[in-house]
Design a protein around this ligand. Structure first.
Ligand SMILES: [Zn+2]
Length: 366
C-alpha cells in the first residue's frame, strides 16, 4: 500500500492528476497520465470508443474464488473529466464566446483559464462595472454577457491561437496548504474527480486482491454519467463503486442554523446512501460499514438526496448492478479551486483496499 502510507507520494500523484487538462469529452491528457501510472501494475488496459480507460487486475487468490468465470468481479469507477468551457464563437474584437453548462455563473468573473491542448492562457472578461448603470452594476453578470479574453485585438489574431470547438478549463496550480500530519490540506482544480482517480490509481498499484478488479477511468460524467454506462455494460461486474470527490460545506455557519453539512473535511470517506441518481444497495453499504468497523476507520455518510455519480448510471445497466459511491469531501467543487484533506483521500484508499479483500457473492444477494 505505497500511496496510502506515503502522503508525499499521494499528494504528488494528486498534483499531477489535478493539473492535467480534461474537460468533458477531452480526457486524453488525464487518460495518458493514468495509463503511464498503472500499466505495470495491471494485467490489461483497454480504451473504448468513448475514451473510458478500463484497467483489469486479475484476482490474485484464484484458488479461493474458483475459476475466472466464478470469480467475483468488482468495478471501481473514477471519472477523468472536469467541468469546463467550450469556445462557441470568435468575435470581431478578438474575444471568445463560450458555453459552460456545469459551472455556476457566479464563479466565472475574472477567472484565469487555459484553452485547448496548447493551453493558450486567457481570462474571463465582463463589461467594466464602472460603466454599468442602475441595476446592472449590482447584479451578477449573466454568463451570456461574459467572454474570454486571450489578449488578441481582432478575429484574425485570436483565430491563430484557438478554434471554435476548443475546450477550456480553469488554470489553477496545485498547492499543499499544510503538511501537518493531523490536517494535511491541499488546494487545486478538478479534485472532482481527480481525487477519485488518485484513489483508483493507488488501489490498482496495490493488491493483489482476491477478486477480479476492473479499474475504470470514465469520461463525460459531468455532462450526464455517460462513459460509466457503456463501461459497466462491457465489464458486467457483480458490484460497483464510484470513487468520487464530493460536495463539502462544513464551514462555520450561524449557531441557530439547523443544517447538517453534506460532508465534513477530515471525517473520512463519505458513503452515499441515496442521492438523485441511486439508492445504494443495502448489502454493499453494510459491507462498507463492517469493513470500516473491522479496520477501526471513521466514515461519514453524505447527506441524502444531493447530486449524482457514475454509480447512478452503472446500477441501471444490464439486469441491475449493486452499487454505491465512496467519496473524498472537497470544498468548492466545480469552481476554480477546491480544498481537500489528504487524510480523507488516503483513508478512502485504505477503506476500499480492505473492502476488496472482503467482498463476495454473499454481499450482493437480496
Ligand atoms: Zn464527480
Amino acid at each position: 500500500m505505497t500511496y496510502a502510507d506515503d502522503m508525499a507520494a499521494l499528494s504528488d500523484l494528486l498534483r499531477r492528476l489535478s493539473e492535467a487538462f480534461g474537460p468533458s469529452g477531452n480526457e486524453k491528457a488525464v487518460r495518458e497520465l493514468v495509463r503511464a501510472e498503472v500499466q505495470d501494475a495491471v494485467d490489461s488496459i483497454q480504451v473504448d470508443a468513448m475514451g473510458n480507460l478500463i484497467a483489469f487486475k486479475a484476482g490474485g487468490v484464484a484458488q479461493a474464488q474458483g475459476s475466472a468465470e466464478r470469480r467475483f468481479r468488482v468495478m471501481l469507477a473514477a471519472h477523468m473529466d472536469e467541468v469546463g468551457f467550450m469556445i462557441t464563437e470568435i468575435n470581431k474584437n478578438g474575444t471568445l464566446s463560450f458555453k459552460a453548462p456545469s459551472v455556476d455563473a457566479r464563479m466565472l468573473l475574472a477567472k484565469r483559464l487555459v484553452i485547448g491542448e496548447n493551453h493558450v492562457p486567457g481570462i474571463i472578461g465582463a463589461p467594466v462595472p464602472h460603466l454599468q448603470k442602475g441595476d446592472a452594476a449590482g447584479r451578477v453578470v449573466d454568463s451570456d454577457d461574459l467572454f474570454i479574453d486571450i489578449g488578441a485585438t481582432d478575429e484574425k489574431g485570436a483565430n491563430g491561437k484557438v478554434k471554435v470547438g476548443d475546450f477550456a478549463t480553469f488554470a489553477t496550480s496545485y498547492t499543499a496548504l499544510s503538511d501537518d500530519p493531523a490536517w494535511p490540506t491541499a488546494r487545486g482544480k478538478a479534485f472532482d474527480d481527480r481525487a477519485g482517480c488518485a484513489a483508483l490509481v493507488a488501489l490498482l498499484k496495490g493488491g493483489p486482491y482476491p477478486v477480479d478488479l476492473y479499474g475504470v477511468f470514465t469520461v463525460q460524467e459531468e455532462v450526464g454519467l455517460r462513459g460509466a454506462r457503456i463501461a459497466a455494460y462491457r465489464v458486467d461486474p457483480h458490484a460497483a463503486f464510484a470513487l468520487e470527490g464530493t460536495i463539502c460545506d462544513d464551514l462555520p455557519r450561524p449557531a441557530d442554523e439547523d443544517s447538517t453539512p453534506v460532508t465534513r473535511l477530515g471525517d473520512g470517506p463519505a458513503i452515499t446512501l441515496m442521492d438523485r441518481s441511486l439508492i445504494a444497495h443495502p448489502g454493499i453499504v453494510r459491507l462498507l460499514q463492517e469493513t470500516a468497523e473491522a479496520e477501526g476507520m471513521r466514515v461519514q455518510y453524505k447527506a441524502p438526496g444531493l447530486g449524482g455519480t457514475d454509480s447512478g448510471a452503472i446500477h441501471l445497466v444490464r439486469a441491475g448492478i449493486p452499487a454505491t459511491a465512496v467519496a473524498v469531501p472537497c470544498r468548492y467543487i466545480h469552481g476554480p479551486a477546491a480544498i481537500l484533506n489528504l487524510n480523507d483521500l488516503s483513508a478512502t484508499v485504505r477503506l476500499m483496499d480492505a473492502t476488496l479483500r472482503r467482498i463476495g457473492f454473499e454481499h450482493v444477494s437480496r
